[in-house]
Design a binder for this molecule. Structure first.
Ligand SMILES: Nc1ncnc2c1ncn2[C@@H]1O[C@H](COP(=O)(O)OP(=O)(O)O)[C@@H](O)[C@H]1O
Ligand SMILES: [Mg+2]
Length: 328
């Protein structure tokens, strides 16, 4: 915001009222003034720039990216409202992440922790990952205690519960119910001290919510994590490879793409592990490449960097894959 009132006069000079005193600026000075205001604005949104940069390291995920920018805008405008003495909204930011394995749910939760820390929404921004066994105890009262301990550890950050619906597995008599009740109580009482994210398969999550109608309204943000297309998986692969300072030869790239197309079309979507699958293939090929170099005693920089098609041990993978994905 400009702290000075600026008015243009028709003689090309600009009047600036600074603390009630009139000053006359030349065009050059006015230009400098304007640039300074712009720069100040940029500095103000430097966090957003940083956030966008971090989010751009992730392929796709348009919905998630839009959601985060919206939250940023909401927080920023709230600060402006506070400056004007207006009421400031205090929404809870608990979230629901729905999607198949390897679609980036844990990765995004970790990123959100970091971003919300930078945005001053969370005081620490760390991520505590938990699943049913971390919450549910063995005797009456044990579960509430375990759940409370986990929440305590997450204060200032995010409590991320994977396959959250497994808490409802055993029905009314199961201790999972006690965990849900404890979570619900604390997500209200401490709603601005931590963010609870429940994650899991889309269908199971929806079913879980239908069993616990009180829960739905407590999660104002629900984000879908769609399966990746082959093009997106290739994009993810290339980023992972570049990040590790490797490169794919042209043949290796073709081979990988063919392979992803085959696996994706022959595997049930709930079994295909998307980004994780790509990561495993790449890490395996990096080990195979190392072995090839060792055997050939080749260590030129280009050799060290290049993954060739023979390093992608795809035949074995496909065979192993078909075996495990056969119905039992
Ligand atoms: N959009 C994406 N861009 C880049 N890498 C991704 C993306 N989605 C997933 N990955 C990678 O795939 C792997 C699995 O992701 P993860 O967050 O553990 O999935 P989930 O928790 O949904 O099972 C990680 O190595 C992650 O970095
Ligand atoms: Mg995960």
């Amino acid at each position: 915001m400009l702290e000075r009132a600026v008015t243009y006069k028709n003689n090309g000079q600009i009047n600036i009222i600074l603390n009630g005193q009139k000053q006359v600026l030349t065009n050059a000075e006015a230009e400098a003034e304007y640039q300074a205001a712009l720069q100040k604005n940029e500095a103000k949104h430097s966090i957003l720039k940083e956030i966008e940069k971090e989010m751009n390291t992730l392929v796709g995920m348009e919905e998630m990216k839009r959601n985060i920018k919206e939250i940023y805008a909401w927080i920023f405008v709230n600060q402006k409202r506070a400056e004007q003495g207006l009421k400031v909204g205090k929404q809870a930011l608990h979230m629901m992440f729905k999607g198949n394995p390897g679609t980036g749910k844990t990765t995004v939760a970790r990123l959100i922790g970091k971003l919300f820390f930078e945005m001053n929404v969370l005081s620490k921004g760390h991520l505590i990952e938990a699943e049913r066994a971390d919450l549910v105890g063995e005797y009456i009262g044990h579960t509430a205690q375990k759940t409370r301990d986990l929440i305590k550890k997450s204060l200032g950050g995010i409590l991320f519960i994977d396959e959250a619906y497994s808490l409802a597995r055993g029905g009314e008599k199961d201790f999972g119910k006690e965990a849900i009740d404890t979570l619900v109580k604390h997500m209200e009482d401490k709603q601005h001290e931590f963010i609870l994210i429940l994650a899991g398969y889309s269908r199971e999550m929806t079913h879980f919510l239908s069993l616990n109608p009180g829960l739905q309204s407590r999660f104002p943000i629900s984000i879908d994590f769609p399966d990746y297309s082959v093009t997106q998986l290739m994009d993810i692969a290339k980023r992972m490879i570049a990040e590790r300072e490797y490169q794919l030869s042209q043949e290796a790239e073709w081979k990988l793409k063919d392979y992803l197309m085959t696996v994706k079309s022959t595997t049930s979507p709930i079994k295909f592990s998307n980004g994780r699958f790509v990561r495993n293939v790449i890490e395996k090929s990096i080990r195979a490449q190392a072995m090839r170099l060792l055997m050939g005693d080749q260590y030129l920089k280009n050799d060290l960097m290049t993954i060739k098609s023979q390093d992608l041990l795809i035949k074995d993978e496909t065979a192993a894959h078909e075996k495990t994905s056969q119905p039992v």
